[in-house]
Design a protein around this ligand. Sequence first.
Ligand code: P6P
Length: 330
Amino acid sequence: MIVTVQQHILQDQKRFPGASGEFSWLLSGITLATKMVQARVRRAGLSDILGDAGDVNVQGEIQQKLDVYANEALIHCLSARASIGVLASEENEEPMIMGHCSKEANYAVIFDPLDGSSNIDVNVSVGTTFSVMRRPDGVTCEEPQKWLLQPGCKQIAAGYVCYGSSTVLVYSVGNGVHGFTLEPSVGAYLLSHPNIRMPNQGKYYSVNEAYRDGFPPGYNQFLDRLRQGGLGKPYASRYIGSMVADLHRTLLKGGVFLYPPTSDHPKGKLRLLYEANPMAYLVEQAGGVATDGKRRVLDLQPEAVHQRTPLIVGGQVEMAEFLRCVPHEM
Ligand code: P6P
């Protein structure tokens, strides 16, 4: 049976607080923007023919860097949703307060418009991530930080779009994780991965091993255990270097993904609000575990919109072993 994301959301959104079509309308801003983005991502290699960022192309259009284009598409599409009062983007230093922000604007959307964009030139999958927070009671439109700096457990929805061999949208509103594949000929996201469950154990670990000399104690012991068959069959390694793609594989196939603290990034490289939180929300909804190496990611109290965090996500078996090797406060 063909189910579009709009149909699925309408069935789902009774779980969405204050459901009155708000989430389906909010999510339609993301689906529209990501369809626009994927159309450009698919043509990225043609930019030298069609004009590079800042150039004027043969059609007389000003060419934009893809991440600038993606950011503007998301801001444009989401600003048209009256239920959204605040936007925050990886591309914008400061949060954006919507002009229509008033009492019925109850949601903030935090997003990374094009994660992994440095990979585009070599045709590697990239992604868009998003996280939806509800305005805390008593908070006004003049206090956008208070809408944003909430622990990830307060998210009411989260998801990503992976621009890979196909374009896949994965989201959750708190009752399971569902995946939709874009059918380009009709421009609709069709349900392709209903109720995604993360395997208890996988066969891959995913980490940038170039940094292993700077990992904190216990991490290399954990990785050696996986590699040497400590959890049964020895693991293989898969690392794409594009978080959304690495985490999409980990969600579907199981295993473990790590971006640990490193000597260059002692607080980790990935961003808490719009990379770690949405991914941790989805992983937990799918039955997996997500920590920062000490605590549950979704319990972390953010101090700044662009703060970084280490991120380790995996299935129950791998993460039980990780917690044995690396002491946590959980
Ligand atoms: P490294 C891409 O630049 C990114 O932000 C994530 O998508 C990815 O997981 C990470 O950086 C890769 O970082 O240090 O391994 O190249």
